[in-house]
Design a protein around this ligand. Structure first.
Ligand code: KIV
Ligand code: ZN
Length: 405
């Protein structure tokens, strides 16, 4: 195998139960959090960030339960760069098979001056002492420079260097406010990689979606050499959310020819994980959400229906089953074609062809003027009428059978 053919592995760091829970309304009780953790672990993620133990006693206990009960991924806990947070995080993940403390501090001038009231040199010192303390208390340390994308790059590099010298094995570049543009973010990842040439130190990225670019920025970072991606199920997260796990993973998989990386996620569990997280948080998934939204594999127009029925690859870049759906959906509406209607009727066990299908199609088009989508009852009623040619010869005076007729 040539160097060009060899693929590197990108680690998937799931932060649904930390940053995802920061989505307004998404916070979970202990039992729900543990259930979600099992579903996320079943996806095969490499690292599962279970929470921010310093936030509350309940959160610390939930993180501790996840650390004791969930096996597979490394269990991470978030800590601000201070002794107390680091110790609380370390206690919470003590029962994990493999533990990671995720230490963070802001590095942009606006955060240092206005939020932390700290000088750059105080920030450097806090980074070094917190990471050093954490290194003695967990299997691995990840260090994040909050608001990295609005930080002075030379200072940012010096903070990462201090973190690495103190024991961090992964350094994370957060686009905390979703400000970066893909090429710009890729250039930053490249600059940090160049400044930290020891490839045993892994580069991680954490992208927010304020401009709808979280996944694009994450992928650009992978293209620039990032070793780890922070993602959340359904893209949940603070404000506009984080990079969505399902979109990031499927982009890397579908376009493996482009990215040339492997990820360990079990993609056939994506839909079920999405459902579980949505039910537990009470946050619905928008229908047009890629991969896991109800319309992700629904075909409505006659031209598209004809195409996918002839060969699914005409309008699908992955199969619905490959990400956990039972089947694609042919939606019958006023936009459908005869072929789509025939397929749907066959699925419902009322196959029609020839003139009966022509009559059913005419009735379906008229019903389609009144409803967004013809449901099963509409279609079965239409099939029954279409099978009775004399009664249902279709002209403008023929009533469209409604469900229940
Ligand atoms: O958005 C952010 O900067 C964070 C850090 C704690 C990594 O969530
Ligand atoms: Zn974040």
């Amino acid at each position: 195998m040539t160097e060009a053919e060899r693929r590197r592995t990108v680690r998937v760091f799931d932060t649904t139960l930390r940053d995802g829970e920061q989505a307004p309304g998404a916070s979970l009780g202990q039992a729900a959090k543990v259930r979600a953790a099992h579903a996320i672990a079943d996806l095969g993620v490499d690292v599962l960030e279970a929470g921010f133990p310093a936030a509350s006693a309940g959160e610390a206990e939930a993180v501790a339960r996840i650390a004791r009960e969930v096996r597979g991924p490394t269990i991470a806990a978030l800590a601000r760069a201070g002794q107390a947070d680091v110790e609380t995080a370390a206690r919470s993940i003590g029962g994990a098979g493999r533990s990671r403390i995720h230490v963070f501090i802001a590095t942009s001038d606006i955060h240092l001056e206005k939020k932390l009231h700290m000088t750059r040199s105080e920030c450097l010192a806090r980074t070094a002492s917190a990471v050093e303390r954490a290194t003695a208390m967990a299997d691995e340390i990840e260090f994040s420079a909050e608001d990295a994308t609005r930080s002075d790059v030379a200072f940012l590099v010096s903070v990462y260097q201090a973190a690495v010298a103190s024991g961090a094995t992964t350094v994370n570049i957060p686009d905390t406010v979703g400000y970066a543009q893909p090429q710009e973010f890729a250039a930053l990842v490249h600059a940090i990689r160049t400044a930290l040439p020891d490839t045993r130190v892994k580069i991680s990225v954490h992208c927010h979606n304020d401009l709808g670019l979280a996944v694009a920025n994450t992928l650009a970072a992978v293209g620039a050499g990032a070793d780890e991606v922070h993602v959340t199920v359904n893209g949940l997260g603070e404000r506009g959310g984080n990079a969505s796990l399902e979109e990031t993973v499927m982009a890397l998989r579908c376009r493996a020819d482009w990215y040339r990386v492997d990820v360990g996620v079990r993609q056939e569990r994506l839909v079920v994980a999405s459902r579980i997280v949505s039910e537990l948080t009470g946050i619905p998934v928008q229908p047009n959400k890629a991969i896991v939204g109800a319309n992700a594999f629904a075909h409505a127009s006659g031209i598209h229906q004809d195409g996918v029925l002839k060969d699914p690859r005409t309008y699908e870049i992955m199969s619905p089953q490959s990400v956990g759906w039972e089947a694609r959906r042919i939606v019958v509406s006023k936009l459908s074609g005869r072929r789509g209607l025939a397929a749907r009727l066959a699925e419902l066990g009322v196959p029609l062809d020839g003139e009966a299908l022509d009559r059913a199609y005419a009735l379906a088009m008229r019903r389609g003027d009144d409803v967004h989508e013809l449901d099963e009852h509409d279609l079965i009623a239409i099939a029954a009428h279409a099978r009775r040619p004399i009664e249902s010869s279709v002209d403008s005076s023929t009533p469209v059978p409604a469900a229940g007729d």
